[in-house]
Design a protein around this ligand. Structure first.
Ligand code: SAM
Length: 208
């Protein structure tokens, strides 16, 4: 599966997560970002065009060299410097509280230990800073959730370790975040796609 995970999955993810409805969600989640931003699970840089003018610097954490390569043109066109500061969101070599905000999109599903990655985000974002998140995860509909759990082992194998049934607000709260804003709902599309399409978009912060 190494060739598949390293070379094919990043390309598929780039295609599947660049549809119009997904970009609309990306625009919304990025709209409040400002200052020095840490982006964990940078992928192919699909958020770059949505970073608002107040952002001064993007620090990317991304293990996939193929994803990083795919982002090259987007990075070259970015209005601010984009630096790859690490390969693993679970263990980032950067000083405490060095960032104004953090962004995570469609990555808490894939990071092996998302709780650890969220604790790293807490450490790295300054007091009063926020985490903006856009993730797919566990549906509140029992039937869809049942399918998500059934499909999880296959999804993990074919989609680079992605889980369908992670409880996004639960992960945030367990890592010590308060969820300040939260919008949920399915992406538009056929009902059969719902196990992949229940989105959580919002902001979270740590109590002062
Ligand atoms: C579904 S892709 C989403 C990519 C991008 N965030 C986006 O919105 O298009 C999941 C990303 O998480 C990354 N990832 C996997 N394990 C990771 C880890 N330990 N730390 C940081 N990112 C990780 C993958 O390489 C991949 O780029």
């Amino acid at each position: 599966m190494r060739f598949w995970d390293d070379r094919v999955v990043p390309v598929l993810v780039d295609k599947m997560l660049s549809t119009g409805p997904v970009h609309k969600e990306r625009r919304a989640v990025c709209s409040g970002l400002t200052g020095r931003v840490l982006e964990v699970g940078f992928g192919s840089g699909l958020n770059i065009t949505h970073y608002p003018a107040g952002v001064t610097e993007i620090a990317a954490v991304e293990p996939s060299d193929r994803g990083w390569e795919l982002s090259s043109r987007r990075r070259a066109g970015a209005a601010v410097p984009v630096t790859r500061i690490g390969l693993d969101g679970q263990d980032i070599a950067a000083p405490d509280h060095g960032f104004d905000q953090a962004l995570i999109t469609f990555s808490l599903c894939t990071i092996p230990d998302p709780a650890r990655a969220l604790r790293e985000v807490r450490r790295l974002v300054r007091p009063g800073g926020t985490l903006a998140f856009l993730e797919h995860g566990l549906s509140p509909d029992t039937r869809v959730a049942r399918w998500q759990r059934r499909l999880d082992p296959i999804e993990r194998r074919v989609a680079g370790g992605c889980h369908l049934s992670r409880d996004v607000p639960g992960l945030l709260r367990d890592a010590g975040f308060e969820v300040d804003t939260l919008e949920t709902g399915y992406l538009p599309g056929p009902a059969a796609m719902r196990p992949w399409g229940y989105l959580y978009r919002g902001t979270a912060s740590t109590p002062a």
